[in-house]
Design a protein around this ligand. Structure first.
Ligand code: URP
Ligand code: ZN
Ligand code: ZN
Length: 431
């Protein structure tokens, strides 16, 4: 017999003429992160607050192991910055930058005690973050044994370092050479290598911030041999392109790794989303103020990599994707929320609206028009990478765990309301 439930509501919200969908999940952000000689400018309070204004109720941040130190050392450092400070909900991926016998022994506890079930690797940024293939395969074996997932920044660090050194020796020092030093092949090669190693070890794999056709072709090949490698792209790779590197030093606003690509790559990524090859649209939010970007005024390799987008992901994806008929409304919900919840082991607590779920809900006006600007955004950064962009669609009322967190551009919850979410193992079937 069908069960019926009857509840008395404390409050009724009028959502007529609005869309109602699950709170957004951005599984790729960097808050208060030590990187390239500075810290990303949004901390847990400002970053998760800005996310909420845009309809993202949960983020997953990256803990970076310091080479020579333990994973627990890094976890404690990140807890020190996040505990009691977040406004929206959050979790962590653990970036393993030094895989050895000691690190190996900590993986099981991360999964089973800490609820950190995904392990990030860097195939670039040699010297601080990059691991080699021997470490990668060792980590994959251990993570598989513990039921977790390995994710990666898939670019060939050695090739990039060679090209950076070459351009610098030729006196080519502007932000344009950041882009020219990371051609498509550097990402395609590493993506294929990662997929092959994941296939060999049998671990669940996920490629972060995938940008281009060459890399997506490797995901397609993996799918053909019946291997599932999840792929995430980021909103900037769908809507911005490499012509922004022709603006002199102003182009530093878009210096990120991998760099923006070509129009043909944007088409490939939209198609990849519709074909189910790209499951997630994140941001890789890693903001730096202009003074920080200027650290690389005379040398592109010293510009802190990253751009601000945590607040705009949902509205940009709706406006550029749904309104312009590139993706359906259902696909929008999948790639902005539900798939991340399933892949990263939070479903059905997060990523859906249903009895027993967290009641993270966005009430969205699909017709409201507004313009992105540094003067109105909530991120702690003194420029906008999307200044003047006209958007159709606005997150109006945002509920987090059943409480109204934002209503008509007013924040109604405080610092400390955001909760750390322990995660389970991934659900493989996204259907
Ligand atoms: O440019 C980027 N992506 N900065 C953040 C670090 C990373 O590689 O994700
Ligand atoms: Zn990266
Ligand atoms: Zn990143």
């Amino acid at each position: 017999m069908e069960k019926t439930f009857q509840f008395e509501a404390d409050q009724t919200i009028d959502a007529s003429n609005k869309l109602v969908f699950p709170g957004g999940i951005d599984p790729h952000v960097h808050l208060d992160m030590p990187f390239m000689g500075t810290y990303s400018s949004d901390n847990y309070e400002t970053g998760t607050r800005a996310a909420l204004f845009g309809g993202t109720t949960m983020v997953i941040d990256f803990i970076l192991q310091t080479q020579g130190k333990s994973l627990y050392n890094a976890l404690n450092e990140w807890k020190g910055r996040s505990d009691g400070n977040a406004v929206g909900d959050y979790s962590f991926h653990m970036a393993v930058t030094d895989f050895n016998e000691n690190t190996k022994a900590e993986i099981k506890d991360m999964v089973e005690k800490e609820g950190i079930t995904s392990f990030k690797t860097f195939m670039a940024y040699k010297g601080a973050l990059m691991i080699d293939d021997a470490q990668m395969v060792g980590l994959m074996n251990e993570v598989k044994a513990c039921g977790g997932m390995v994710t990666t920044h898939a670019t060939n660090g050695d090739m990039i370092d060679f090209l950076v050194a070459k351009h610098k020796s030729e006196g080519k020092l502007s932000p344009l050479y950041h882009y020219i030093s990371q051609p498509e092949v550097t990402e395609a090669e590493a993506s294929g290598r990662f997929a092959d190693m994941a296939d060999y070890t049998g671990v669940k794999g996920y490629i972060v911030h995938l940008t281009c056709e060459g890399a997506l072709n490797h995901i397609r090949d993996a799918t053909k041999r019946n291997q599932k490698v999840y792929a995430e792209t980021c909103i900037q790779y769908l809507v911005l392109d490499a012509s922004l590197y022709d603006k002199g030093f102003e182009s530093a606003k878009w210096v990120m790794s991998p760099p923006l690509r070509e129009k043909k790559d944007q088409d490939t990524l939209w198609a990849g989303i519709n074909q189910g090859l790209v499951q997630v649209v994140a941001t890789d939010h890693c903001p730096f103020n202009w003074e920080q970007k200027k650290m690389g005024e005379n040398d592109f390799s010293k510009i802190p990599n990253g751009h601000p987008a945590i607040e705009h992901r949902m509205e940009l994806l709706f406006s550029e994707g749904v309104v312009k008929n590139k993706i359906s409304l259902n696909k929008f919900v999948e790639v902005s929320s539900t798939n991340a919840a399933k892949i990263f082991g939070m479903y059905p607590q997060k990523g859906t609206i249903g009895i027993g779920s967290d009641a993270d809900i966005v009430i969205f006006d699909p017709n409201e028009k507004h313009t992105i600007s540094v003067n109105s955004h909530h991120m702690n950064v003194d420029y906008s990478a999307y200044e003047g962009w006209e958007i159709t669609g606005k997150s109006k009322t945002i509920l987090l765990r059943g409480n109204i967190a934002v209503d008509d551009n007013k924040l109604l919850v405080n610092k400390g309301y955001g909760k750390f979410i322990k995660r389970n193992k991934s659900i493989l079937d996204l259907k």
